[in-house]
Design a protein around this ligand. Structure first.
Ligand code: PEP
Ligand code: MN
Length: 354
């Protein structure tokens, strides 16, 4: 049996887990939870107690000290509790404290030894366990993490898609690569997959559209960060929503019928990848134009003409060579780079005449 979604899902609705990125103080936890009362679909409250941070100078969470605050949330609001665990000691503390859902974070899933240790610590309990995707876009590693838990007899499982850390991920903090969670569903057809738009977007402006996309792709729920005073949050300031903003976003989401879909599933999957590549192409083009403008300013200072024939010949020659080696048509590459070059020169001309 995979995760009993009824634990966090009211019949007929996607699951919603919401709460602050990190528990910071008793007051912050209680005020946030109370403000979240009445949010559509919400039955589980999240809060990170042990925060895996890139730099040790950053706030690393309050640890076990926050567990009584969460218990108070449960008593006052009736919300189920969801906490990230990253080592066996965290598991023990959560099991003793009535936590209902634990999740293995993106930085822990990359390490099979840690996942095995956590799985052993969880073995024998029937707590819900969610496995986030690893930070790198590796479907097998994600699936492997789930298999490691199943191997220890843990069946109350779900996955959380939180996007992937790659070099060109703009406008996202972590690029969604939607085909990967969809493929995970093929591996484990009954496994609920939730989406974490907060860590995908990294910015509160993107949460609504990412959430809608996740629901349109048939994901089973959402995990969204919310803080009663988001601008003062100690972690992930840009992406946390106030409870009021969260309620508005959830109320605006549409649940569309998946049975009606006529488009072939394979076509749909490729289209998702194409849309993502187009988005990346546009981001790269925009970055390229920004660089051309910076060069344009320097050319102006140094009294150089925008068009530099030797440089352009070598750029085009390199692109043609590389393009042909990638099985792209020579004429096609020639046309594309001439258009790009024309646009760059146009921008530099404007700078010259400024
Ligand atoms: C989190 O959910 O707060 C978190 C740390 O997420 P991730 O593991 O996806 O980075
Ligand atoms: Mn966070």
């Amino acid at each position: 049996m995979d995760m009993d979604l009824n634990l966090i899902k009211k019949a007929g609705h996607p699951a919603l887990i919401a709460g602050p990125c990190a528990a910071e103080s008793r007051e912050q936890v209680i005020r946030t939870a109370e403000a979240l009362l009445g949010t559509p679909w919400l039955t589980a409250f999240r809060a990170g107690l042990w925060k895996p941070r890139t730099r040790p100078v950053d706030f690393e969470g309050v640890g076990e000290k926050g567990l009584p605050w969460l218990r108070e949330v449960k008593e006052k609001t009736g919300f189920k509790l969801a906490v990230e665990i990253a080592m066996p000691a965290h598991v023990e503390a959560c099991l003793k404290s009535g936590v209902d859902i634990v999740w293995i974070g993106a930085r822990s899933v990359v390490n099979p030894f840690i996942v095995d240790e956590i799985a052993r610590a969880l073995s024998g309990s029937d707590i819900c366990v969610m496995v986030k995707n690893p930070v790198n876009p590796d479907l097998s590693l994600w699936a492997g993490g789930i298999e490691r838990l199943k191997k220890q007899g843990i069946t109350n499982l779900a996955a959380v898609h939180r996007g992937f850390d790659i070099y060109h991920s703009k406008p996202y903090r972590n690029i969604p690569l939607w085909e990967i969670p969809l493929e995970l569903k093929n591996y484990f057809p009954d496994l609920p997959v939730l989406c974490d738009p907060s860590h995908i977007g990294g910015n509160r402006k993107l949460i609504s559209s990412i959430s809608q996309k996740a629901l349109d792709l048939g994901m089973d729920g959402l995990m969204i960060e919310s803080h009663f005073d988001p601008d003062k949050a100690l972690t992930d300031v840009a992406q946390q929503l106030s409870p009021k903003e969260l309620k508005k976003i959830i109320a605006g989401l549409k649940i569309r019928d998946h049975q009606e879909k006529k488009v072939d599933a394979a076509i749909e999957k490729y289209r998702i990848s194409i849309d993502e590549l187009d988005e990346q192409l546009l981001e790269i083009l925009s970055k390229r134009m920004e660089l051309s403008e910076l060069i344009g300013k320097l050319k102006k200072e140094q009294n150089l003409a925008p068009f530099q024939p030797d440089r352009w010949s070598s750029v085009l020659e390199n692109c043609l060579k590389k393009g042909v080696s990638l099985k792209l048509d020579r004429d096609f590459i020639n046309q594309i780079f001439n258009v790009i070059h024309k646009e760059s020169l146009g921008r530099q001309d404007e700078i010259m005449n400024d």
